[in-house]
Design a protein around this ligand. Structure first.
Ligand code: DON
Length: 308
């Protein structure tokens, strides 16, 4: 390692504060457009629980698609590998909100991290419950992972997505036509939008990701969240699909399983070593955090944590 970890984290945060090219803040979900591009936060939780937080690492932001990791984990716990009959496990090579592959692939999304795949996961999570119960279950699950009861869902963001999420509505209706959405789309999308609207800080997000660095076990409680094999597989999906059509580039530059969100957050996992969250709202052309990616690239260069 080049320096001690606290110094490396603090140095990276200082470098990001001065970075000139910060990307573009997403504006298709209106409340996200109001977030300042000057923000940058970072949190690293080591295997023994030692935590390093820098910059805006304690400021909550909209985790958006990072939540797809938690939705998938919960759905696998409910329905097991039957989930894979309705969602694939291949990278799409297409934008996160693309519809094109669904036509020739019978309404089965390529993977659970593109919007179409996460909407099917939401449909599974809804099961026979009322939407409010499922939303409560997701919130309880994430609070339990992070060990933090103060985590909330931002209802303004969820409502804004319900009001403007035309593409997601199209995806859901299209998959329903193939029989791969089982509930009225408004109910399924209610789950999806509320899950995406989880507001968390980098510290909370890195804490929530601990089970993925720890063979499926929450190291704080000793509770098994998923089996070791399932944790490994979720990490594999994050590596291959977690950044959509930017997943190859992320693996090339960072070399860790990672999941991005359009709010500018990224959760990354160094298996056995650390759970890491970064946040900077400006995005690159593929909809992934510009400075978040750069910060992770520098972290891995200085620590040698790449899985390769
Ligand atoms: O459905 C959407 O478009 C958003 N709620 C989530 C998309 C997202 O985070 C893509 N990430 N980079």
């Amino acid at each position: 390692m080049n320096g001690t970890l606290p110094t490396i984290v603090a140095d990276i945060a200082a470098e990001m504060a001065d970075a000139p090219d910060r990307g573009t803040v997403a504006d298709y979900i209106p409340p996200l457009a109001c977030v300042s591009p000057s923000r940058f936060g970072m949190a690293v939780v080591e295997a023994d629980g030692t935590t390093h937080v820098a910059g805006d690492g304690d400021m909550p932001f909209s985790i958006q698609s990072v939540s797809k990791v938690f939705g998938l984990t919960l759905a696998l716990g409910m329905v097991g590998d039957a989930l894979w009959k309705r969602v694939g496990r291949e990278p799409s090579g297409s934008a996160f909100n693309s519809i094109v592959q669904l036509e020739t692939e019978q309404g089965i999304p390529r993977n659970p991290f593109i919007n179409a795949g996460a909407i099917v996961v939401s449909d599974l999570l809804l099961g026979r419950h009322e939407p409010g119960e499922t939303i409560g279950e997701i919130l309880r699950f994430v609070r339990g992972l992070a060990g933090d009861e103060s985590i909330v869902i931002d209802n303004v963001v969820a409502q804004a997505e319900a009001d403007t999420g035309y593409r997601n509505m199209a995806l859901a209706q299209y998959m329903r036509a193939f029989g791969n959405i089982h509930h009225p789309v408004e109910r399924t999308l209610g789950i999806y939008f509320h899950q995406c609207a989880l507001a968390m800080s980098c510290r909370q997000l890195a804490l929530a990701g601990r089970y993925l660095m720890h063979g499926g076990v929450n190291p704080e409680t000793g509770r098994t969240i998923v089996s070791r094999q399932r944790a490994r597989r979720i990490n594999a999906l994050m590596m291959t699909c977690g950044h959509y059509d930017g997943s190859g580039e992320f693996a090339f530059r960072v070399g860790l399983p990672g999941k991005s969100g359009v709010g500018g957050g990224i959760l990354a996992v160094a298996p056995g070593i650390a759970s890491i969250a970064v946040w900077s709202p400006g995005l690159n052309a593929r909809g992934n955090s510009q400075l978040g990616t750069l910060a992770l690239e520098r972290l891995v260069q200085r620590t040698g944590w790449s899985v390769f």
